[in-house]
Write a protein that binds this ligand. Structure first.
Ligand code: NG1
Ligand code: MG
Length: 495
């Protein structure tokens, strides 16, 4: 079997080289035939991502700077018009084959988010797309075979890669013709169906990324992406601590709690600044935009500096708020706070640390601008080699500051993440930080291409070999690997 030729069904979905993927795709196609007794009609692919800078600020509507990685979720698909049954199988035998039926225009499909069930991620994409396309189509029946290479629970967005590729599969199967923008927006909301109140960074990166570029993603006034050229001397290494952060289980104490802490902080600030917050603003970026609406000349970094002053003035309770105190400061009733922010995504905590979370969000948002400014300046330079290490030092310092802020103020790191970052810093990393949600999962290191092998070896020796002596080199290649900015969502046909 030859390597499938790349032909995007819809030219807006990026095409990517399959040369390296030949064997994997052939395997997928052969297994598909064995599983379903027919050949797939098309293959979709959506990658994971690594976030370079801008952690936990997407749900405060601040811009972030991720890039797609080579690791991805691919799905081979065949359709039928005879029924609306969907069968989903996985190349990994850990995930048993499932099937479900289209339940009609209103419901589309039931998702039981009370259990951690792999096929829920497919259903999310399916439901989101068909709800959006409402009544235009009776969906096709689908046979689907999934193959994922993004380590789950690693902070590299296996979930978004899965949901976006599912949405793309449904888009392609039913010829819905939705744009990247629509698909991304649908995938963002759809992922809430698995019980995580996530922001929109991952889906945007998975869909819009292009090879060789990082992606600046902004969320307000609407989703917008821009390609960012990274310095040519920069190389990145990803290291998964192998401590998995399962947001599904720990969400009430970690991820979903941070969403409440940042939204309530923004509400309190908006209540103080805008006379009762009549429009119910609940993200810091929207507070900032409103506050500077009449004075847009002030640049974003300065706006953020002023926002930090406002935080010091208005979120004064640095030892943490109770629900009652938050409600009072936000000008809301306690029941409204609970109903609006803690019911669909419940949380568990004694106090809400609004001040510390706010300091992280605003300084981190400022770091995104600083990081991009350096990349932009670098793009206009002819780079003598003495200069390139200066640029990496500047970018690395920003990444280090991000890690420190995540550790101290956002409290989303863990000992293992701190440990791998410290090892990296001692072994030639210019910067090292956790990436993704944290509390486990992966870190990202900035280094030069020459130093990549030594850096990887050092982390293997000092971290993996000590903590996971049973792991062979093959398994470790899955845990620590160099990465390059890769391409986003793709449809392959004609094989
Ligand atoms: P990970 O941990 O990669 O799934 C999560 C959120 C992002 C963002 C980051 C933290 C999901 C699907 N994604 O990423 O939106 O908030 O944490 O920056 O939960
Ligand atoms: Mg995820």
């Amino acid at each position: 079997m030859s390597v499938p030729t790349v032909e995007s069904l819809d030219s807006i979905y990026t095409t990517a080289s399959l040369i390296k993927q030949g064997e994997r795709y052939n395997n997928l196609i052969e297994t598909f035939k064995k599983t379903y007794g027919r050949a797939p009609e098309f293959i979709v692919r959506s990658p994971g991502r690594v976030n370079l800078i801008g952690e936990h600020i997407d749900y405060s509507d601040y811009g972030v700077l991720p890039m797609a990685i080579e690791r991805d979720v691919v799905q081979a698909v065949a359709t039928t018009s005879e029924n609306t049954k969907v069968r989903v199988a996985n190349m990994n035998s850990k995930y048993p084959q499932r099937e479900f039926e289209y339940e009609g225009e209103d419901k589309v499909v039931t998702i039981d988010s009370s259990s951690l069930e792999w096929s829920n991620y497919f259903k999310c994409g399916y439901k989101g797309m068909l709800e959006y396309a409402k009544s235009k189509v009776t969906p096709k029946g689908m046979d689907v075979l999934v193959d994922g290479t993004v380590p789950p629970g690693s902070g590299l967005s296996s979930s978004a890669a899965f949901v976006c590729s599912s949405a793309l599969a449904v888009n392609t199967a039913n010829k819905l013709g939705l744009s990247k923008q629509e698909l991304t927006e649908i995938a963002i909301v759809a992922e809430h169906n698995v019980g995580v109140n996530a922001g929109g960074m991952d889906q945007s990166a998975s869909v819009f990324s292009e090879k060789n570029y990082a992606l600046h993603v902004e969320f307000v006034p609407k989703l917008k992406t821009d390609l960012v050229q990274l310095p040519s001397s920069a190389s990145f290494v990803i290291a998964h601590t192998l401590v998995t952060a399962d947001k599904f289980t720990s969400g009430p104490r970690h991820y979903n709690l941070r969403v409440v802490e940042t939204k309530m902080g923004a509400r309190i600030l908006a209540n103080a600044l805008f006379d009762g917050n009549p429009s119910g603003i609940d993200t810091y970026k929207k507070v900032m935009d409103e506050y500077f609406r009449t004075n847009e000349t002030v640049d974003a970094e300065m706006q953020l500096t002023e926002m930090l002053e406002l935080i010091n003035r208005h979120l004064t309770n640095t030892s943490g708020y109770t629900v009652k105190e938050m409600a009072a400061a936000a000008g809301m009733s306690e029941s409204e706070v609970v109903e609006r922010y803690m019911t669909r995504f419940p949380v568990q905590t004694d106090v809400f640390r609004l001040y510390q979370r706010a300091i992280h969000v605003l300084t981190e948002a400022r770091r995104v601008y600083q990081f991009m400014k350096i990349c932009e300046q670098e793009r206009h330079q002819q780079t003598p080699s003495s200069h390139s290490s200066k640029v990496l030092t500047l970018l690395g310092d920003i990444m280090d500051a991000s890690h420190e802020s995540c550790t101290k103020d956002f409290d989303c790191s863990c000992p293992e993440l701190n440990q791998v970052c410290a090892i990296a810093k001692r072994n030639g990393a210019f910067g090292a930080r956790l990436t993704g949600a944290g509390w486990g999962g992966a870190a990202v290191f900035l280094t030069t291409s020459e130093n990549v092998p030594a850096l990887i070896q050092a982390v293997k020796d000092e971290y993996y070999h000590k903590k996971f002596p049973e792991f062979g080199n093959d398994q470790l290649d899955d845990a620590i690997f160099p990465t390059e900015p890769s391409s986003g969502a793709t449809v392959y046909t004609g094989f």
